[in-house]
Design a protein around this ligand. Structure first.
Ligand code: XMP
Length: 525
C-alpha cells in the first residue's frame, strides 16, 4: 500500500484518489504522525505531500525522527511532492532557500535524466507541469541528483535510487500536469514494484470478512437508513455479511420530499430485498417543531427525536430477540475521518461548526452500541462503485445528497405553518423533474427548492394574488464544502417558473439563487 503523509496541501486527497484510480490502495494520514503509526501501516511507498509551509518557519510540520532510517532499513520508497521534496532536501542534509523567482502555475520542465522517475517511454523530455512553490532546493543532499529542471533553471525533480528517495517540485496529481499521472504510474509500478490489486470486488470481500470476524454469531446489528447512497450501501454490505441479523429502520419524519417514503421503501424492498422497518413519526416530529423558527433549534429537535425513535426500535428488538443489538452501522465516508495537517492559522481541520449536522444515522450516545463503519476508507465515487457491485440501482446511486433534517431546513422559519411543506414538495418535484428531463441531473451536485414565508403580490388570470415566493437552488460541487451556483439557460428557468406558478396553488413568484458557497451555504438554513 501507499501511505501519504499530509502536510496540508489542497491536493493531498487528490493524490490518494489518483493512486486508488491505479488500483493501488492508498491512505492519507497526518504528516506529523508518529513513526510507529507510519510503520504500523506497513507501506511499500510513502508520499510526502505538498503544503503551504516553508521548511524555514519554526515549527513547520515534518516527518518523525527516525523516519529516514526506518524507510531505508525496510526497503520503503519515499516520494516528496513540492513541500515534501523540500523536507527531504532539508532533513537529509541539503539546503532549501527562498527562491529568487516564485513559481506558480503552468510551467515547462526539461527532463535531464530519462531514468527512474522519468523512465516512462510515454513521457516527453519537455513537460508542462503545475508548480506552486516559493522555496527551492539550493543544494542537494549527498548522493542525490537533479533529474529535471524548470525553464528558469530551478530544481524540478531529484532522486537517489540507492536510498530510494525521490522528489518532484511540481504537482503530478493535478490535471494541469498532463504527464503527471503517467509519471506516478511508472514510479509506482516500474520503480517501486507495486502491484495493481486494489479493486472494489476485493474491498467488498475484505469488508465482509471483517464484519463476520467482528460480529459474533448471536449478535445483532441495527442500521438507520436515510434513503441516501451511503447508508444504503453500508447496510447492503452488512446484510450480505450477516443476513437477517441486520435490522434496518427508515423514519418518515414528515420532512421528506415528494413521495420519498414510497420511493425509497420500494427500492429497499423490491430491488434490494433489504428488510426495513418503516416508522411513520410525522406527528411526533411536527409537534416538536411547532412554533420553532431558529434553524439550529430545529436541527437539535430533529436530532433528539431521531434518537428517541432509535431507542424505541432497539428496545423493541431487545424484547423480540431476547438480547440487545450490539452494533450500529454508519455510512461514514473517508473524507469525514481523514486527519490532516491543518493549514497555518486555521486552528483545526475540524473546527467548523457553521451548522450542526445531524445525519439520520447519528449516534445515540446512551445506547452503548459499538460502531460498524464499512465505508470509512472510501470516497463517494468508490461507494457508488461498491453499490453497483451490490446491485443498488444506478438511479439510486446517483441521487443528490439530502440533509438529515430534510425539508425542515428548506422551509424558512416555522415548518408547521399552513401547508408550506406540501407546497414545497410540489415545487421541488417540478424543479427536479425538469432538471432530469433536461439531462442535467447528473452534472448538478444538488438541486432543490426553498419555501420563503413571505407573501408577494402577483397577477394571475386577471386577478390580484397575494401568494408565496419560493427560491430554487442548484449547485455544482466536489464535496459540498465549496459550491458554485449552476448557470441554467434563461429559457430553462423561465419554463420551470411558469410550470410552478401554473400548477402549484399559492405560489406566485419564483427566484433563482445565484450565490456560491462561500459566502452562502448550500442549504438556506
Ligand atoms: P451546507 O448547507 O452546510 O451543506 O453548505 C453542505 C452539504 O451538507 C448537507 N447538509 C446536511 N446534511 N445534515 C445532513 O445530513 C444536516 O443537518 C445538513 N445540513 C446541510 C447539504 O444538503 C449539503 O449537501
Amino acid at each position: 500500500r501507499v501511505l501519504i503523509l499530509d502536510y496540508g496541501s489542497q491536493y493531498t486527497h487528490l493524490i490518494t484518489r489518483r493512486i486508488r484510480a491505479l488500483s493501488v490502495f492508498s491512505l492519507c494520514i497526518s504528516g506529523t504522525s508518529s513513526l510507529k503509526t507510519v510503520a504500523d501501516h506497513k507501506p511499500r511507498v510513502v508520499i510526502l505531500s505538498g503544503g503551504p509551509h516553508s521548511v524555514h518557519t519554526p515549527g513547520s510540520p515534518s516527518f518523525p525522527d527516525g523516519f529516514v532510517e526506518w524507510a531505508e532499513s525496510n526497503g520503503v520508497f519515499v516520494l516528496g511532492i513540492c513541500y515534501g521534496l523540500q523536507l527531504i532536501v532539508q532533513r537529509l542534509g541539503g539546503e532549501v532557500r527562498v527562491g529568487e523567482k516564485q513559481e506558480y502555475g503552468r510551467m515547462q520542465i526539461e527532463v535531464e535524466k530519462a531514468l527512474g522517475l522519468f523512465g516512462s517511454k510515454n513521457c516527453g523530455d519537455t513537460q508542462s507541469v503545475w508548480m506552486s512553490h516559493g522555496d527551492e532546493a539550493a543544494k542537494l543532499p549527498q548522493g542525490f541528483e537533479v533529474v529535471a529542471r524548470s525553464k528558469q533553471g530551478a530544481v524540478a525533480a531529484i532522486q537517489n535510487p540507492l536510498r530510494r528517495f525521490y522528489g518532484l517540485q511540481y504537482h503530478p496529481e493535478v490535471t494541469h500536469s498532463p504527464e503527471g499521472m503517467e509519471t506516478l504510474r511508472y514510479f509506482l509500478f516500474d520503480v517501486c514494484g507495486v502491484k495493481a490489486s486494489w479493486k472494489m470486488e476485493n474491498v467488498l470481500d475484505e469488508e465482509i470478512k471483517v464484519i463476520n470476524e467482528t460480529v459474533g454469531p448471536d449478535e445483532h446489528v441495527i442500521c438507520a437508513l436515510s434513503g441516501g447512497v451511503d447508508s444504503t450501501v453500508a447496510a447492503m454490505l452488512v446484510h450480505k455479511a450477516i443476513g437477517d441479523r441486520l435490522h434496518c429502520i427508515f423514519v418518515d419524519n414528515g420532512l421528506l420530499r415528494y413521495k420519498e417514503r414510497e420511493r425509497v421503501m420500494e427500492t429497499f424492498e423490491r430491488d434490494l430485498h433489504l428488510p426495513v422497518t418503516c416508522v411513520d413519526a410525522t406527528d411526533q416530529f411536527l409537534s416538536e417543531l411547532k412554533g420553532v423558527d431558529d434553524p439550529e433549534k430545529k436541527r437539535k429537535i430533529i436530532g433528539k427525536e431521531f434518537i428517541c425513535i432509535f431507542d424505541d426500535f432497539a428496545h423493541e428488538l431487545e424484547q423480540k430477540l431476547g438480547r440487545k443489538p450490539s452494533y450500529l452501522v454508519q455510512g461514514t465516508l473517508y473524507p469525514d475521518v481523514i486527519e490532516s495537517c491543518p493549514p497555518p492559522g486555521s486552528g483545526s481541520t475540524h473546527s467548523h461548526t457553521i451548522k450542526s449536522h445531524h445525519n439520520v444515522g447519528g449516534l445515540p450516545k446512551d445506547m452503548k452500541l459499538k460502531l460498524i463503519e464499512p465505508l470509512k476508507l472510501l470516497f463517494k465515487d468508490e461507494v457508488r462503485q461498491l453499490g453497483k457491485i451490490l446491485n443498488v440501482p444506478e438511479g439510486f446511486l446517483k441521487r443528490h445528497p439530502f440533509p438529515g433534517p430534510g425539508l425542515a431546513v428548506r422551509v424558512i422559519g416555522d415548518v408547521t405553518l399552513g401547508n408550506y411543506l406540501d407546497t414545497l414538495r410540489l415545487v421541488d418535484e417540478i424543479f427536479i423533474q425538469s432538471i432530469k428531463d433536461a439531462g442535467l441531473y447528473d452534472v448538478i451536485w444538488q438541486a432543490f427548492a426553498v419555501f420563503l414565508p413571505v407573501r408577494t403580490v402577483g397577477v394571475q388570470g386577471d386577478q390580484r394574488t397575494h401568494g408565496h415566493a419560493i427560491a430554487l437552488r442548484a449547485v455544482t460541487s466536489e464535496d459540498g464544502m465549496t459550491a458554485d451556483w449552476y448557470p441554467f439557460e434563461g429559457k430553462f428557468l423561465a419554463d420551470v417558473s411558469q410550470k410552478i406558478c401554473n400548477s402549484v396553488r399559492g405560489v406566485n413568484r419564483v427566484s433563482y439563487d445565484i450565490t456560491s458557497k462561500p459566502p452562502s451555504t448550500i442549504e438556506w438554513e
